[in-house]
Design a protein around this ligand. Sequence first.
Ligand SMILES: Cc1cc2nc3c(=O)[nH]c(=O)nc-3n(C[C@H](O)[C@H](O)[C@H](O)COP(=O)(O)OP(=O)(O)OC[C@H]3O[C@@H](n4cnc5c(N)ncnc54)[C@H](O)[C@@H]3O)c2cc1C
Length: 310
Amino acid sequence: MSPAVWAYSENEGVSNEVASAAVEVAEGASAEAVVVEIGALREGARSPGAKLLLKGPASPQVSPEVAAEALARAAKQAAPMAILIGATRNGREAASRLAAKLSVGCLSDGSKLGTDGSTLTAERNVFAGKVVAKLSCPLPAVATVKVGHYARADAAPGETREVDVGPIQPLVRVVGREKKAAGAVDLRSAKVIVSAGRGVKKKEDLPLLEELAKDMHGALGCSRPLSSDLGWLPEEYHIGLTGVTVRPDLYLAVGISGQLQHIAGIKDSKIVAAINTDKDAPIFQASDYGVVGDLYQLVPALRKALAARR
Ligand SMILES: Cc1cc2nc3c(=O)[nH]c(=O)nc-3n(C[C@H](O)[C@H](O)[C@H](O)COP(=O)(O)OP(=O)(O)OC[C@H]3O[C@@H](n4cnc5c(N)ncnc54)[C@H](O)[C@@H]3O)c2cc1C
C-alpha cells in the first residue's frame, strides 16, 4: 500500500479544505490523500480520492477527544505519513491530543504545507502577521491546517475503506444544541464580500453596506473593532488574523484602514477594492482598485449605478 496523508475535520466545509492540503502534501511524496470520516460518512465531506471510515464511535457529532482517540487507534495500524486536521477550535484540540497519543510532532495552523518525504513543512503567520515562520517536523507528523487558506477540494470517485476502531467513551456529554441566529453569514464561501470598518460612523448606518452587499449578491463582513470592540455585528463577521480568513472573488473594504491584522485575512481574495477618505490609507497598497472618497456619498452612488444596470 502506498503511504498516505490523512485529512480530517469535524466541519464538512473545512474537511474539503484539508482534503486539498492533503492532496498537495501527498503529491510531494507520491502518497495517497485520504479523507477520514469518523462514525458515519457525511455527504458534504468531499474526497479527491479515497475515504477511510473509522467505525466505532457512536455519536454523529464527534468531540475532539473521541476524534483523537479514533484517529490514534487507526493510525497505529495503518501508519499514515501525516495526519492533517482543520485548525478549528475542536480540530486544534484533537490534533494536540492525537500528536501526544502517537508521540509525534504537531505543526499548528499551517499553510503552504509540503513534504520532501522525510519532513512535513508549513508556513505560519506569527507576531500578528508581521512575520511568516517556516516550520518543519519529522514524519510521521500531525498538523493543523489554517482554515480558509486552501480552496475546497472537488469530489472524485474513489473507494471507501472501513476500519472498526471500537467504541470510544466521550469525556464530554452534550446536553443541548442551539442553532445560531438566522442571518448568520458563511463568509468563507462568499464570492463577494462588502466589509465595513470604523469609517462607518454608527451602527444605524450598517444597513447601507448590507444593502450594497445584497445588490452585489454578496455578504457583509467587518473589521475587528466593529464586532469585538463596538459589538455592532456578531463575532463571525469579523475578518482578519483573529477572525475569519476569506478568499472571495471580490472583497470591497469600506472605511477600513488596512492594518496588517486585517490584511492577513483577505490576502487570498482574487480582487480587493477599497473606499476610503484617506488617500494614504494602507488598504490602498493591498488593493487592486481604490476610490478616495466618503463612503456616505460613494456607497449610495454605487448602489444607484448597480440598479441602473439591472
Ligand atoms: C493581536 C491583534 C489582532 C488583531 N486582529 C484583527 C483582525 O483579525 N481583524 C481586524 O480587522 N483587525 C484586527 N486587529 C485590529 C487592527 O490592528 C486594526 O485596529 C483594525 O483593523 C482597524 O479597523 P478599521 O480599519 O475598521 O478602523 P480604523 O483603523 O480606525 O480605520 C478607519 C478607516 O476609515 C476611513 N474613513 C473614515 N471615515 C470615512 C468615510 N466617511 N468614508 C470612507 N472612509 C472613511 C479612515 O480614513 C480610516 O482609514 C487586531 C489587533 C491586534 C493587536
